[in-house]
Design a binder for this molecule. Structure first.
Ligand SMILES: Cc1ncc(COP(=O)(O)O)c(C=O)c1O
Length: 478
């Protein structure tokens, strides 16, 4: 039997990176050759979607657009049948522009501007969230037909990013809020919560589910129409998805035993977006810790090899797509791609073995550090590229948002969507571009199959990815 060896998706991404670098080598001193770039592979979302369906078959995901609003990614998710959690007018317009029906959108922001409420309602969005009396009054005045989810306080103290400090009605305020909604004649359909992004403690989900049950019961006690929607929010990540999903699902079964009586939805962002992008950054400069390297002939105690990492300066940093380095202390461990840039190269053989480096962004700011210490195999030189995986969606907390907004004001330059994640929150601080080149694996695959002489790897990978797709969406790749 002939066994066909197909490349893994990871190998295929590496192949695309290597192709791109060969292209850049044709004009090695161009501005473009010094710009970071992304490879986008939407097929990852398909795997995650299937995994979601296995673990949480009764919960419909409404992808949180704030996490990564790449239009082609959104279109892919729309084709898969996902709904969308939009937090602003712009996000709503974007999703509607893809032809998504307004019934597949939830305006999941409990504190909205009046103009946004009016526009959402005019565009046919019917479901939104609230967690305070004033929001109810605004909705009554400007969109009284909207249906509401009461966002209750939920908190996983171990989550990578907390949201409970900003949103969510404490349980003690639920009754007056429901009373007010009743008084205003507003329709409260159910409850939502968000335990925090990058959740790690399943008990946060289960506690929130039982509290939601309590709110459902309170609503019927107060003679409101029966609640019938439970929105379990975001917080999921692929690294521990089942660890959260299984207890969550068990708690729902227990607290809401009649599946016909409640519609279950969720607002995952990071879970779907994180593995979308692989990023390639160039080492533009390097500073070795020469002062610590003393000759072994000296009588002084020898501090060589240095324990202080040599410094690598890259063409992207925390003001670009590496926000997580600061706000979640994420440790980025890249894979180096050695390159030979003739003019700068010392032509000495590269030192072998493990090397300790710190990674810095291109701005002049001292906080622009992505890793204080990272070990890489072999010496890394100026002109080398570093590959960072899982760069599709990172969370930007309010504290860093404030910092970036000051930076943006100082530099009088725009910044995008600062309530949330990586590429969408990249700035142009210090005059560095936030306009990244994105290479779509799907495009490459489609053309590779039609082009004479296309590499075998590409053809094999195309078959591999096509094989992964269900029949209904195979056409997307062509
Ligand atoms: C209301 C709301 N829903 C969903 C999300 C997405 O969360 P995650 O990326 O953790 O899934 C967020 C993130 O900030 C949010 O604020």
């Amino acid at each position: 039997m002939v066994r066909l060896e197909l490349p893994s998706a990871g190998k295929f991404i590496d192949h695309l990176i290597s192709n791109r670098l060969q292209e850049l080598d044709k004009d090695p001193y161009s501005t473009q050759s010094d710009r970071p770039f992304f490879i986008a592979d939407t097929s990852q979302a398909l795997k995650l979607y299937n995994r979601w369906k296995r673990a949480l078959p009764n919960i419909s995901p409404f992808y949180a657009v704030k996490c990564n609003s790449d239009v082609r990614f959104l279109r892919f998710l729309a084709e898969l049948g996902l709904g969308f959690d939009c937090a602003s007018q712009t996000e709503i317009e974007l999703v509607l522009s893809l032809g998504v029906d307004p019934s597949r959108i939830i305006f999941a922001h409990p504190c909205k501007a009046v103009s946004a409420i009016r526009i959402a309602s005019a565009r046919g969005i019917t479901l939104t969230t609230f967690d305070n009396i004033d929001e109810l009054d605004k909705i009554k005045a400007h969109a009284p037909g909207m249906q509401l989810l009461l966002r209750i306080y939920a908190q996983d103290d171990t989550a990578a990013a907390q949201l409970g400090n900003k949103f969510g009605a404490p349980m003690s305020t639920v009754e007056p809020l429901l009373q007010r909604a009743k008084q205003l004649g507003l329709c409260v359909r159910g409850v939502s919560f968000h335990v925090g992004s990058g959740a790690r403690n399943p008990a946060a989900f289960t506690t929130a589910v039982y509290q939601a049950r309590h709110v459902f019961d309170l609503a019927s006690h107060l003679h409101l129409p029966p609640m019938d929607i439970l929105d379990v929010g975001g917080g999921f990540q692929d690294s521990n998805f089942e660890e959260m999903a299984l207890p969550l699902s068990r708690a729902i079964d227990e607290a809401f035993p009649d599946p016909a009586s409640v519609r279950l939805i969720a607002e995952p962002g990071r879970y779907f977006a994180r593995s979308l992008y692989t990023m390639a950054c160039k080492v533009t400069s390097r500073r070795r810790q020469l002062h610590l390297q003393q000759s072994p002939d000296d009588n002084l105690p020898c501090s060589y090899p240095s324990l202080t990492p040599d410094m690598l300066y890259l063409n992207d940093g925390v003001y670009g797509s590496f926000m997580l380095a600061v706000c979640e202390n994420e440790i980025f461990v890249p894979d180096p791609v050695p390159r030979r840039v003739a003019a700068e190269d010392t032509f000495e053989p590269r030192a072998e073995g493990a090397h300790l480096y710190s990674l810095w962004g291109p701005t002049c700011d001292g906080i622009d550090c992505m890793a204080a210490e990272v070990t890489m195999e072999g010496e890394v030189r100026v002109g080398d590229w570093l590959v960072f995986r899982d760069m599709g969606g990172e969370l930007l907390p309010d504290s860093l948002g404030a910092l970036i907004s000051v930076a943006a004001e100082l530099t009088n330059m725009g910044y995008l969507g600062l309530i949330a994640y990586s590429v969408v929150s990249a700035t142009r601080f210090n005059g560095f571009s936030n306009d990244y080149d994105v290479i779509y694996a799907s495009d490459y695959l489609a053309s590779a199959t039609g082009v004479e002489g296309a590499s075998e790897t590409a053809k094999g990978a195309y078959k591999y990815l096509e094989w992964l797709l269900p029949g209904s969406i195979r056409g997307l790749w062509r």
